[in-house]
Structure formats: structure tokens, C-alpha cells
Design a protein around this ligand. Structure first.
Ligand SMILES: Cc1ncc(COP(=O)(O)O)c(C=O)c1O
Length: 395
């Protein structure tokens, strides 16, 4: 190859999709403010508590026992069995452990789901505002996310089925549904999920069902409606999930993918050629989380519920704040009258109050006027943050 002049010339020969991959608009804020004094970081989706001891102990034991070798690409049989049992308990029907694959995070499950379904030049429908990583990941592969704006009116987010249908082209290959939704808090009803399944079957689409916040709901139910409630086991649906949120394991990087029968070798290959498997000690910790983590999960949900109550009560009263009551996940997604550019404003709020918010600009079309705040956190922090914010906004 002809030797280019200087680093610019060298970088210019990288793949255009790698060059144009967007910086995460959430991480941009975090990088700018992580060392700031008096910081109240509500910008990313995690609490302030470390992973519970009983989970860490299982990892220590595994390491002490010498489990330091290459391991199963699909995941340890014990973990896949524990996943099947967990799903049986949560969804109230039998599951085969064959459908579960351990991944190196929820994000890695998304990568594999995309690699399995959408080729370069093809399209995936993505209702937005939406957590940005799936669309960026599709873009890097040369595929095209087609955003379908959700409607926000009278304090509620709705998915417009007609708009979804109108967005289908001959290149559409898949549909991404994240319910409960990060950032809006929207939770699809069972009827909507049934409709979406019908829509996908009719249009020959795969569904990538991101149900990572499925346990974070704030009514009487112990979980959100799921595609598992309305789908057959052999439907073309790939379920993405993670240990990150339920069991305070965001830093571990371990998740799972659930697939229809017959995909075993395909997923095994995709794992082989990306991470080549998840460390055994992490998988032992994941087994402990599934088998003994109910009480901790319950505590996490109740904590998020208290945070949600405190913030919504305070924000609803504020004349310049507009918000929807989140039915699930653990984010408040709100706009401030008179402040249309959330990126610029989030930087100003960070500088002037120390409160770290994620700007809605990070969440695709429809997000720009909004801010996302994580309320799965210490109530004292939320109390301080909400006072600082209300004071900063004024009346
Ligand atoms: C909607 C959604 N899906 C997937 C993930 C990925 O989770 P992780 O990669 O931390 O396991 C996140 C994390 O914030 C998320 O919000």
C-alpha cells in the first residue's frame, strides 16, 4: 500500500463506519465532569451500591478453585440451567436451558443479535427516543437504523403502529423493542406486544427484544409484560438481557441472549469470534445472583420506587418541568420550558450545580428537549439533586 503522509492520512483509510461512529452523548458528559467536586452523578444507569457480597464470594471461590481457563462459548451448563429456572419462576412456564447463551454484557448480546439478523445495507426499525447503543452498533456494521418517533402527549409516550408500518421497506430486516424503555419509562402492554409480534411476523422481521429493565416496574406486578407472554418459543425473537441492573453488576460485563431453537451453533460462533466466551468466575457469580438474588432485587426495585416517588412529586409541582410518569425502568425523562437544547443545558447544569444529567440529544430523534435522570440511587442524593435542579431552573 502507498505510504500516506502523516497520521491523518493513515486514519483516513479506516472503515468509514468506524470513523463516523458517534461518541456516546452520555459518556461525553461523564468524561467532562467525572472529576468535578460536589458531583451528583445521575447520568448513567446504575446505583451507588457495589455488588452484594454473596455474588462476589462466588467469583472469589471460582478463582481460588482455579477456574482460570477457557470455558464454554455458550456459557457454563450450570448458568444456562440457572437461567432456565429463573425464567420459569419469573414467567411461570417451562424454559429449555438450550435457548440461553451467556454474553459479555447486555451490549454484547445486542451485538450478537444484530450480527445474527441484519446485514450491511439492511434496515432495523428503532422506536425513539432510545438508548443509543443499538443504533450506533448497527451503523458500525453498515446497517441502517430507521428511527420511528414515539409520540409524547399529555404526559404519556405512545408507539404509533401506523408510523411503524409506514417505515417498513424492502430492506427492513428487524425491529428493536426496548420495554421497559430507557430513557422514556414506557412499558408496552401485553396487547401492544401481541400487536408487535403480529406486525413482525406479517413483515418477516426479527424482533430484538431488549427486556433488561423487565423487573423494574412500580405497580403490583413483579415484572413488566414480556414477549414471552405472547410469543411461541420458535418465533423469530432474540431476547437481550443483563445481570447489570438487577444485581448491581454494571462493571462486571455479563449478560445473556435467549433465542429460538436451532441457533446454538450460530450463536456459539458469534461468541467465539467476538469475546470467545465469558470468564468462568463471572459466570459463577451470575449463578449466585440468579439463585439467591431475589431479596436484593426486591430491595433495588423498592429503592427505585422511593426515588421515583420523591422526584415525580417534586417535579410535577414545578411549573416549568414537563414529564411523563415512568411505568418502568429507573429514569425520569423530563423537559424544561424555554430550554430547547439539552446538550448545552446539561453542561451548564453540571458546571453550575454539580448535578450530572444525560442530555436527551444522546437518545436519537425526539430526545433533544429532554433530560434523563437515573433515580435508582441513594434517596439523600436524589433529594439534594432535585433541590439544586429546581433552584437552578427557578419558577
Ligand atoms: C436498554 C438497555 N439495553 C442494554 C443495556 C446494556 O447493559 P450492559 O451492557 O451494562 O449489560 C443497557 C444499559 O444501560 C440499557 O439501558
Amino acid at each position: 500500500m502507498h505510504r500516506m503522509q502523516g497520521i491523518e492520512g493513515v486514519l483516513g483509510t479506516l472503515r468509514s463506519q468506524a470513523l463516523s461512529a458517534p461518541e456516546s452523548g452520555i459518556v461525553e458528559l461523564v468524561n467532562a465532569g467525572r472529576e468535578q467536586e460536589n458531583l451528583i452523578p445521575l447520568w448513567v444507569g446504575e446505583g451507588e451500591l457495589p455488588t452484594p457480597d454473596f455474588i462476589c464470594e462466588a467469583a472469589y471461590k471460582s478463582l481460588r478453585d482455579g477456574e482460570t481457563f477457557y470455558t464454554y462459548q455458550r456459557g457454563l451448563p450450570e448458568l444456562r440451567e440457572a437461567l432456565a429456572n429463573y425464567h420459569e419462576n419469573v414467567y411461570g412456564r417451562p424454559f429449555s436451558s438450550d435457548r440461553f447463551f451467556v454474553t459479555g454484557s447486555g451490549m454484547h448480546a445486542i451485538l450478537i443479535a444484530l450480527q445474527a439478523t441484519v446485514s450491511a445495507g439492511e434496515e432495523i426499525l428503532v422506536p425513539s427516543p432510545v438508548w443509543p447503543n443499538l443504533a450506533a452498533c448497527a451503523g458500525i456494521a453498515g446497517a441502517h437504523p430507521v428511527f420511528v418517533p414515539m409520540q409524547f402527549s399529555e404526559g404519556r409516550w405512545e408507539l404509533d403502529m401506523e408510523l411503524l408500518q409506514a417505515s417498513v421497506t424492502s430492506k427492513t430486516k428487524a425491529l428493536f423493542i426496548n420495554s421497559p424503555c430507557n430513557p422514556t419509562g414506557w412499558v408496552a402492554t401485553r396487547e401492544t406486544l401481541a400487536e408487535l409480534r403480529e406486525f413482525a411476523l406479517k413483515n418477516n422481521l426479527w424482533i430484538i427484544a431488549d427486556e433488561v429493565y423487565g423487573r423494574f416496574v412500580f405497580g403490583e406486578e413483579k415484572r413488566a409484560p414480556s414477549f414471552y407472554d405472547v410469543a411461541q418459543d420458535d418465533d423469530p425473537i432474540l431476547y437481550v438481557n443483563t445481570f447489570s441492573k438487577n444485581w448491581a453488576m454494571t462493571g462486571w460485563r455479563i449478560g445473556w441472549l435467549s433465542c429460538p431453537k436451532g441457533m446454538g451453533q450460530i450463536v456459539e460462533n458469534l461468541v467465539q469470534y467476538s469475546t470467545s466466551g465469558t470468564a468462568a468466575f463471572m459466570q459463577r457469580a451470575a449463578v449466585a445472583a440468579l439463585q439467591n438474588g431475589d431479596e436484593f432485587l426486591q430491595f433495588q426495585v423498592e429503592k427505585a420506587q422511593r426515588g421515583r416517588a420523591l422526584l415525580t412529586e417534586r417535579f410535577v409541582k414545578h411549573s416549568r418541568l414537563n414529564l411523563s410518569m415512568p411505568d418502568g425502568a429507573f429514569y425520569l425523562f423530563f423537559s424544561i420550558d424555554g430550554l430547547a437544547d439539552s446538550r448545552e443545558t446539561a453542561f451548564a447544569i453540571l458546571r453550575e450545580t454539580g448535578v450530572g444529567l444525560a442530555p436527551g440529544t444522546a437518545f436519537g430523534p425526539g430526545g433533544k428537549p429532554f433530560f434523563r435522570l437515573c433515580f435508582a440511587r441513594d434517596i439523600g442524593q436524589l433529594n439534594d439533586a432535585s433541590r439544586l435542579l429546581c433552584r437552578w431552573i427557578g419558577d
